[in-house]
Design a protein around this ligand. Structure first.
Ligand code: 3Y8
Ligand code: NAP
Length: 248
């Protein structure tokens, strides 16, 4: 009998939840609690941290979880590390649904940055209009270059003062090419900072940058632990189906 835990919070995780609900597989969907009103899911849903590796391992045992699916965002590295450790402790089958990184195509003007600090260093000294498409949690280092005119994009309105003067767009995506072009043109954006999230939900900004000939500082993904990893919902369903046939 399968009882799956989906570590969610992305568009792909929502697609997976719909498939799992349709297949009538017992599962729980989990959000970290980062946003005020996360999208509803067609599965029983929990919101908030587990309390580190031990908290997650206890949850798995207490809730009789038989399979864990890590469908978190590629930058949710701590959650992924904790899931790998907790599943190893409990010997619980774990699989990751991880979309491929975006890759540079002809016409893209990308500057690779290994982390946020490298992205700050990659910005010019001369004042420029910069769009930071990296959310809310990791913007503090840009206070090192206050000379720029920053546009930020958050899911929810800011609750505390910003570490530097900036204009905030409140929008949760997914984003459209027309919307991104309009925003960049009306704000005279000259630089874009993005994280290599992959997927379709936030790709439009890259297409808009290419069409406008704008440079993109692309922050590469953090190292994630070794674990079974697939890129499609179908492969997750096969993995679950396989387990079901084995009577796991
Ligand atoms: C809470 C769930 C859907 C899912 C939407 C995807 C697409 C838009 C790309 C830009 C980049 C960013 C950010 C982003 C993307 C989708 C998808 C994706 C990037 C929601 C969601 C939760 C979060 C958390 C939030 C982070 C923030 C990051 C905004 C829901 C909407 C910038 C990542 O205020 C905060 O604390 C926000 C925190 C983690 C990164 C950051 O550090 O600020 N996502 N995003 C999840 C939870 O609590 O477990 O509210 O419904 C999900 C989505 N985010 O329904 O189509 O890739 O799946 N989310 C980044 O750098 O790429 C936006 O603006 O161009
Ligand atoms: P993170 O830094 O990897 O995780 C920090 C802690 O938050 C985890 O150790 C865990 O707390 C808790 N947590 C994270 N995701 C959780 C989940 N799905 N369910 C329960 N607890 C969770 O995480 P993050 O980068 O802030 O991402 C948080 C959520 O937003 C994730 O669901 C992720 O998929 C989603 N998201 C993130 C990004 C991004 O750019 N990082 C983009 C889109 C969506 P405990 O240690 O207490 O268990």
């Amino acid at each position: 009998m399968i009882r799956a835990l989906i570590l969610g919070g992305t568009a792909d995780a929502s697609l997976l939840a719909a498939e799992i609900a349709r297949a009538g597989i017992e599962a729980v969907y989990s959000y970290g609690g980062r946003t005020r009103a996360p999208a509803d899911q067609p599965l029983p849903t929990r919101i908030g941290g587990f309390g580190g590796v031990s908290g997650l391992a206890d949850y798995i045992r207490r809730e009789g979880i038989t399979h864990v699916i890590d469908a978190t965002h590629p930058f949710a590295a701590e959650m992924s590390r904790n899931a790998a450790a907790a599943c190893a402790d409990n010997r619980t089958p774990l699989i990751a649904l991880e979309r491929a990184p975006w890759t540079k195509t002809p016409g893209d003007d990308w500057i690779e940055a290994v982390d946020v600090n490298a992205a700050v260093a990659a910005l010019p000294e001369a004042p420029a209009r910069v769009f930071l498409a990296i959310g809310r949690q990791h913007i503090a280092p840009f206070a090192m270059k206050p000379q720029h005119i920053y546009t930020l994009r958050f899911v929810d309105p800011p609750e505390s003062p910003l570490p530097f003067a900036a204009d905030v767009i409140v929008s949760r995506g997914p984003f459209t090419l027309d919307g991104e072009l309009e925003m960049m043109r009306t704000r005279g954006i000259a630089w874009i900072v993005a994280r290599n999230s992959g997927g379709d939900g936030a790709r439009a900004k890259l297409e808009a940058a290419r069409m406008l000939g704008l440079p993109v500082i692309m922050i590469s993904r953090p190292q994630l632990p070794e674990r079974l990893r697939v890129e499609s919902v179908a492969e997750i369903m096969q993995w679950l189906g396989h387990s079901a046939r084995l009577g796991a």
